[in-house]
Design a protein around this ligand. Structure first.
Ligand SMILES: [Zn+2]
Length: 281
């Protein structure tokens, strides 16, 4: 069994059955970005409770299944459109940044490519730079994706403090992967049964662009999505006859290389149990 790290999974929306399935199919670590819960929160305190859930509760739930759990914090792009709410949430983030399970700021980005969203995006980038954090980025859906990805790249490039090798731009697809990689950023493909990249489309993209600065994640959430996205990708790659070393790099090696840029990330000991690893109480 190939061990894997799911870098983008919204486990607060998933059941323990999902954790069990993920553990049984080789998942050894999960990183969970803060996101839109499917409904808008009414207060900044609501976000703070969510941050406590991500940092204090979810890691314990994952550890029951031998999975090491990390988090990324932010106000998501959709709710970030409300500038007053965004500012009040962002000022609550620094006190969580020393937590041993917090790897950086994410998933920030754009939803409908509005001016407000872009202003909130820049505030988050500034926060990440001030606190030397890794960044995980959400790119918009469907017709907004190409323009949104371009706006995000331009905003990042306008800040000389941003090192592109410390930024992952996620939900990349056929029409955005090249511009992300050409600018020196990491590209992520998120595997969905219908929307976004399917495991077969992701395998096509690995064949087209190679494994450099490219990762796959399930991005499972509260909607129609698949916590088995990464094992499905592994199956697809094997079916096509790719060697195990390439597959392992796509689901474990690249993730560990990117995440290890944060000193809090401990590369999981393959075959181990999360309770053996530092940081889980
Ligand atoms: Zn997400």
């Amino acid at each position: 069994m190939i061990p894997y790290i799911d870098m983008h999974a919204h486990m607060v929306s998933r059941t323990t059955d999902d954790y069990r399935q993920m553990a049984m199919t080789g998942c050894v670590a999960i990183t969970e970005p803060a996101f839109w819960a499917g409904w808008d929160r009414s207060t900044p305190e609501g976000f703070e409770d969510y941050f406590r859930q991500l940092t204090d509760f979810e890691s314990k739930r994952a550890a029951e299944y031998g999975i090491r759990h990390y988090a990324w914090l932010c106000i998501n792009p959709k709710e970030g459109h409300d500038r007053s709410m965004a500012q009040r949430v962002i000022e609550r983030i620094p006190k969580f940044l020393d937590h041993p399970d917090v790897l950086g700021i994410g998933e920030i980005g754009l939803n409908k490519n509005t001016k407000n969203e872009l202003a909130t995006f820049r505030d988050h980038v500034n926060l990440a730079m001030e606190h030397e954090q890794l960044i995980l980025i959400h790119t918009p859906h469907l017709e907004d994706k190409k323009k949104g990805t371009r706006l995000i790249i331009e905003a990042l490039q306008s800040d000389p403090r941003v090192d592109p090798s410390r930024v992952l731009i996620d939900h990349a697809e056929e029409h955005t992967i090249e511009m992300i990689q050409d600018a020196g950023f990491w590209a992520g493909m998120t595997l969905y049964p219908v929307t976004k990249a399917t495991p077969a489309r992701a395998a096509d993209l690995v064949e087209q662009y190679g494994p450099e600065r490219l990762v796959v994640s399930s991005a499972c959430d509260w909607g129609e999505s698949a916590p088995m996205g990464v094992p499905n990708f592994i199956f697809e790659m094997r079916k096509r006859g790719h060697d195990e070393a390439l597959i392992q790099r796509m689901v474990f090696g690249n993730q560990a290389a990117f995440l290890s840029q944060c000193s809090k990330f401990v590369t999981p000991r393959v075959g181990g149990w999360a309770e053996d690893l530092a940081g889980v109480d």
